[in-house]
Design a protein around this ligand. Sequence first.
Ligand code: NAD
Ligand code: IPM
Ligand code: MN
Length: 365
Amino acid sequence: MKAHIVTLPGDGVGPEVTAAAVAVLKAVAERHGHVFAFEEQLIGGAAIDACGEPLPAAALAACQAADAVLLGAVGGPKWSDPNAPVRPEQGLLALRAALGVYANLRPLQVHPALAELSPLKNERLQRVDVLFVRELTGGAYFGARTRSADAATDECKYTVAEIERVVRRAFELARDRRRQLTSVDKANVLETSRLWRSTVQRVAADYTDVTVEHQLVDSMAMLLLTRPSAYDVVVTENLFGDILTDEAAALAGSLGLLPSASLGDGKAGLYEPIHGSAPDIAGKGVANPVGAILSAALLLRHSFGLDIEAAAVEAAVDAVLRDGPHSRDIGGSAGTTEVLAAVLAALDALADSATAFPSGARACG
Ligand code: NAD
Ligand code: IPM
Ligand code: MN
């Protein structure tokens, strides 16, 4: 297939991990006979420095015309003055809104080879396989804000339509998995959460084959630590999803491991690791590229329908997490490019073994 991918490396470790993800996509294209055209654009602090705004019109137009967008990370201390008139993160939020990518998929699995790194006991990590579906274009992130000398407000607003479309997407995803949906809210306090819960209850009538439960977000934060393997698809609003998925990443061993896919109603999507610009390690060549590389795999699957290619990338990452080399955040000493080289080598090795044993038979011994 032919496709046009816009890359937005952004700030901090963003360019380092995006370069790794692009290298993997180029290797996939070459091996499978696809033509991917890449176009790099500015976002975040890099865009503020170059043009004074965090999402220049040219970058937005390119993203809107693209088949998929691959983003690194935005933000950093240079642009974090609380009184700054404009912030890198505004560029990312504007992009999510403009692309209409309301459903942010954040899969969590715990690789057995990394179980020792998790703060949780090994037995609690068996069979952890959760898909978080975070609402991405509503709630407190997009409400009106006020600020005076001694007070501030952030409006949290949701419409039924905004809730219903992301909840339906979560139900559909649950149907392709273990058919369990956990909806997370704060319905004991927040009106938006009561609207959320009643919308989930109404929509559930269309998905009677999916088991639904409701959890309050404070309790869910605890349950993720005590019985993470009990959850299949978890759907929640924007802010709760942001917080719960960083917690989930810690279970997996590092924030550097988790990918995400942000989807709307069309095929095009925005793909980014869930981590930020990691200012403490930026520029050192040590960032873990796995979250970005797995985001590229999600791009292949969700925007291009290339399931075999996506699975090959995931299998290559799986092999590297099993055999090393590992980056520092997961207990190793390898740099970003060393991990990338190992993923590319694993991709080659897996493809060669698939050719040698085309029926799926495994070599003996
Ligand atoms: P962060 O995710 O950047 O870093 C948190 C910790 O995780 C740091 O110790 C960092 O070194 C580590 N880490 C993150 N990614 C890693 C990787 N790939 N490999 C190894 N270690 C990794 O969070 P923060 O420090 O709270 O935020 C820094 C900046 O990033 C802020 O400006 C924030 O707004 C921004 N941010 C951007 C995004 C995004 O662009 N999607 C996401 C989260 C945070
Ligand atoms: C994320 C980030 C962003 C968010 C920030 C940078 C706006 O934390 O993608 O998880 O809060 O959505
Ligand atoms: Mn976040």
